[in-house]
Design a protein around this ligand. Structure first.
Ligand code: PGA
Length: 254
């Protein structure tokens, strides 16, 4: 059984002050919820405060939205895995489509980050997904295969199971247009098939695959009931504590 994992990707939103009041209400909302892993990935500037407030919470893990693949040095504007570990960050989102599209991240760069994250004890949430143009051309499985093989190249099977994959069709991100449960399930099944080719079937079965793209309280339950959908990576709807807690509850059927 794969434990469901619901992650908030706040993107470039939320000040420290907003983070403090968010956490207060979110914690109350999920107090009675068990059996689901919750991750919050705030902007870097709010990580230290959130870390202090969470105090090593087992229920809510801290995530980062990106990192660089070196431990320190002359890399102006970057954040290292060691800096994240110092603040008890457990997960790091890598290769988000906004990083790929706006900041030109390639599978080769993401692959370096995945290796460094794993070496440092951070669990990568590796994002993959096709654009609308690619889907319309019937190329979605080809794109997923290329992105998975590229970003996970050289990762040994025993480490693959600690990686989370987020399938995020680019056309569904922030657009209000989400994939149908069937489209999402088909893509997730394909991701698992590629993972089995890269490692083995047993390992692939352990990997949690999140769906992302306009997930909200109203559509979370049906998406999360698909056999290969093991969680959600939530952008817009995670910015509001009550709504995000409703998505978390949908993962445990409450
Ligand atoms: P969205 O973003 O929920 O706002 O569509 C998801 C993501 O980009 O991770």
């Amino acid at each position: 059984m794969r434990k469901k994992i619901i992650a908030a990707n706040w993107k470039m939103n939320m000040t420290v002050a907003e983070t403090v009041s968010y956490l207060e209400s979110f914690r109350t909302n999920v107090e009675a919820v068990n059996g689901v892993e919750i991750v919050i990935a705030p902007p870097f500037t709010a990580i230290a405060k959130l870390s202090e407030l969470l105090g090593g919470s087992q229920k809510i893990s801290l995530g980062a939205q990106n990192m660089y693949f070196e431990m320190s040095g002359a890399f102006t504007g970057e954040i290292s895995p060691a800096m994240l570990r110092e603040l008890f960050v457990r997960f790091v989102i890598l290769g988000h489509s906004e990083r790929r599209q706006i900041f030109g991240e390639t599978d080769a760069l993401i692959n370096k980050k995945v290796h460094t994250a794993l070496a440092c004890g951070l669990k990568p949430i590796v994002c993959v997904g096709e654009t609308l143009e690619e889907r319309d051309a019937g190329r979605e499985t080809e794109i997923l295969t290329t992105q998975l093989r590229g970003s996970l190249a050289g990762v040994p099977a025993e480490k693959i199971s600690s990686i989370v994959i987020a399938y995020e069709p680019v056309w569904a991100i922030g657009t209000g247009r989400n994939a149908t449960p069937e489209q999402a399930q088909d893509a997730h099944a394909h991701v698992r098939k590629v993972l089995a080719e890269i490692s083995d079937a047993e390992t692939a079965n352990k990997v949690r695959i999140q769906y992302g793209g306009s997930v909200k309280p109203a559509n979370a339950a049906v998406l999360l009931s698909q056999p290969d959908i093991d969680g959600a990576l939530v952008g817009g709807a995670s910015l509001e504590a009550h709504g995000f807690s409703e998505i978390v509850k949908a993962a445990v059927g409450k």
